[in-house]
Each structure stands twice: as C-alpha cells, then as structure tokens.
Write a protein that binds this ligand. Structure first.
Ligand SMILES: [Zn+2]
Length: 237
C-alpha cells in the first residue's frame, strides 16, 4: 500500500520516497504526492528524479491492487528505468500547474452540485475542463449557473476535509440530507469535503483551500444527454 501524501497535503508538490519496483503498469514508490485517477479526477503527471539528477517523466497516475499507486512512465524511458534499484532514494514531483487546475475544477464541481439540487451520475475533471452529469429533466440556464458560480467564488468560502465515524454520521441525519451522495459505510470512518456554508459530501479528491482560488469560470456547454441527463461543461474564463 502506497502512503498517499496528497490526501492530507494537497498543496505539497514533491516528496522524498523510496523506489519499490516497476512493471508494465507503472512505478511503485513507498509514498507519493501523485494523485491516482479516480472519483472523476484525472491522475497526476510529473517526474521522478533520481539521486544522480536524471529524471523519469510520469505521464499519468493510476490505482493498482491493494492500495498501490502506480506512476505511469511516458514511453521510451526503458534505459532510465533499468537503472533504478529497489530501495533507491528518489524525489517524486508533480506537474503543479496541471494539478492546481484539477484542484480548482474539482472544487468548482462541488459548487455546481450545490447550485443544481439534483443527483449527479458522472463527473470528469481534467486540466482543461470539468464535466458533470446531472440526473434531472428540468432545463438548466447557462447565465444563471455562471452567475451563481461567480458569486460562490467571490464569497471566498473556506474548504476543508472533515473525517467522521460511521456512528457520528448515523447520529446526524441532517448531515446526510445535505449530501448529494450517500457516503460509503463500513470502513469505520468517512472522508467529507466541506465548503463552508455551501456543500458537504463524501469525496476523496484534491481541492483548493478557499473558493476564491478557483477564479473565473464559464459554462461552455449545457447538453441534454438523454431524457433524464443534463451535462454541464465548465472551463476557466
Ligand atoms: Zn471533491
């Protein structure tokens, strides 16, 4: 199991780590700042720096078995990979510009969930856009969504992670009602993402610390995907 530094420290850009191995799926380290693709959020890219100064380019990050995080090397780096011995010290460094866009877009999708009071059934967060699918039949108004997003960004709401136990969740039914998704039960505790006064829901992704950091957004598309699905696509303005 890889130690996930991004979970508690989403702003950390690099970390010292120990190389544990590589196979056709990717490079394993003992700990990493790289977020593996999941929950709709794209995996991180970046580089793994060797002690001698050489760098291995990482094109993507995915989840492996048993809690492993796999750093997918860009093609054509077999020679550098062959030089890595188990236990070698390395530095894992994410492409921060890309990750920060993921964090801003991801936090923006939480705002959109708060503005549109319907369940979501699909989400994609990338460097260039965020896409959210709502299960609803009503039409959505682009100007209204943009105005509400701009208001919530300008209001500068704090964003924080809250861990609660299954028992605490059971004891607070009003908490569940404010969530658009029922959190997973049975693992003992649940990770919630709280945007102060705006949104509260179970989430394992990376987010910015305050909504003002999202910046200006535009709704580039509202699409009727089916009788019961409305897709909203956001970009940075
Ligand atoms: Zn989230």
């Amino acid at each position: 199991m890889t130690e996930s530094i991004f979970r508690d420290a989403p702003y950390q850009r690099e970390n010292e780590a120990s190389f544990e191995g590589v196979d056709e799926r990717g490079i394993r380290l003992d700990r990493t700042v790289f977020y593996p693709r999941g929950g709709g959020q794209a995996g991180d890219a970046g580089s793994i720096l060797l002690a001698d100064g050489a760098a291995i380019a990482v094109a993507d990050t995915v989840k492996g078995e048993g809690g492993a995080i796999l750093h997918v090397p860009a093609p054509g780096q077999e020679a550098q990979l062959a030089r890595l011995a188990t236990g070698s010290p390395v530095t894992a460094r994410i492409d921060w510009e890309r990750r920060h866009r993921h964090m801003r877009f991801h936090t923006a999708t939480h705002l959109l969930c708060a503005i549109v009071p319907h369940p979501t059934n699909g989400c994609s967060i990338t460097r260039d856009y965020a896409r959210l699918d709502f299960d609803m039949v009503e039409p959505l108004d682009k100007a209204h969504l943009e105005a509400e997003l701009a208001r919530l960004v300008a209001e500068a709401h704090d964003v924080r992670t809250v861990w609660i136990t299954d028992e605490e969740l059971d004891a607070k039914p009003e908490l569940v009602r404010t969530m658009s998704v029922q959190p997973p039960r049975g693992v003992g505790r649940v990770r919630l993402l709280e945007i102060d006064g705006v949104d509260l829901q179970a989430c394992g992704g990376t987010h910015v610390a305050n909504t003002r950091e999202i910046g200006a957004l535009k709704v580039v598309k509202i699409e009727k995907k089916s009788a019961r699905a409305r897709r909203v696509v956001l970009e940075f303005a």
